[in-house]
Design a protein around this ligand. Structure first.
Ligand code: G3P
Length: 218
């Protein structure tokens, strides 16, 4: 079963999504912390963990391996639900190789834009490879194709890394990511709302209730 994460650090959005009973986790990044108006990464992450009781990703700020490893040690100590997000750059790979050997070394490799980068992340021991579908499309490339390619590569070699479709911008990305075999989809709360909404459902429900009122109100 594919997992659904929301890509936000806003507590109200996470609380609402969790109340639907279909939320498996949350991804955050420095931009999302900024949008939630907080620089207290630990406090915000722990508030999110309390609500979702599932995978919650928090990102490092350092760009050198030693700094990333130091941050990861702290971030991963906050909760057994927390994954540390590490960018797929050479220093990130070095850090992933160290962190993935820890008993609690849960890694979300981020800023992945190709199946090659995803493959390297898997080799370095990442649990998730976060493919930025929307940003690939913005650049005139095919984000969904990268999800499909990564799925095939991971399956070819039975790699123990999950394909995470990130930077999802619309419901088309959701359906196509599911068809391409993504293990996890992380999406803004607004896209999750659009997944469930249909004017046909609303019109159908209205008609059912009107007809019921006609017969029951007699
Ligand atoms: O989790 C990070 C990723 O989903 C970013 O999305 O919309 O900023 O490209 P976006």
């Amino acid at each position: 079963m594919a997992q659904i994460f929301v890509d936000t650090a806003k507590i109200e959005e996470i609380r609402e999504a969790a109340s639907w009973g279909i939320l498996d986790g949350v991804t955050t990044n420095p931009s999302l912390m900024f949008r939630a108006g907080t620089a207290n990464r630990k406090e915000q992450t722990l508030k999110i963990v309390e609500i979702v009781r599932g995978s919650v990703s928090a990102e490092v700020i350092s760009t050198d391996a030693a700094g990333m490893i130091k941050e990861a040690r702290e971030i991963l100590s906050w909760s057994e639900y927390v994954y540390v997000k590490i960018p797929i750059i050479p220093e990130g790979l070095k850090a992933m190789n160290v962190i993935s050997r820890w008993p609690n070394g849960r890694i979300n490799a981020t800023l992945v834009f190709s199946a090659n980068q995803a493959f390297l992340a898997a080799k370095a021991g990442a649990s998730y490879a976060s493919i930025f579908v929307g940003r690939l499309d913005d650049a005139g490339l095919d984000g969904i194709e990268v999800v499909r390619e990564t799925r095939a590569v991971f399956d070819n070699y039975a790699l123990d890394c999950q394909v995470l479709a990130a930077s999802i911008r619309n419901t088309y990305h959701v359906t196509q990511s599911l068809l391409a075999g993504a293990d996890i989809l992380t999406m803004p709360y607004a896209v999750l709302q659009k997944m469930i909404s249909s004017p046909f459902t609303d019109a159908g429900l209205k008609k059912f209730l009107e007809d019921w009122e006609k017969v029951a109100g007699k």
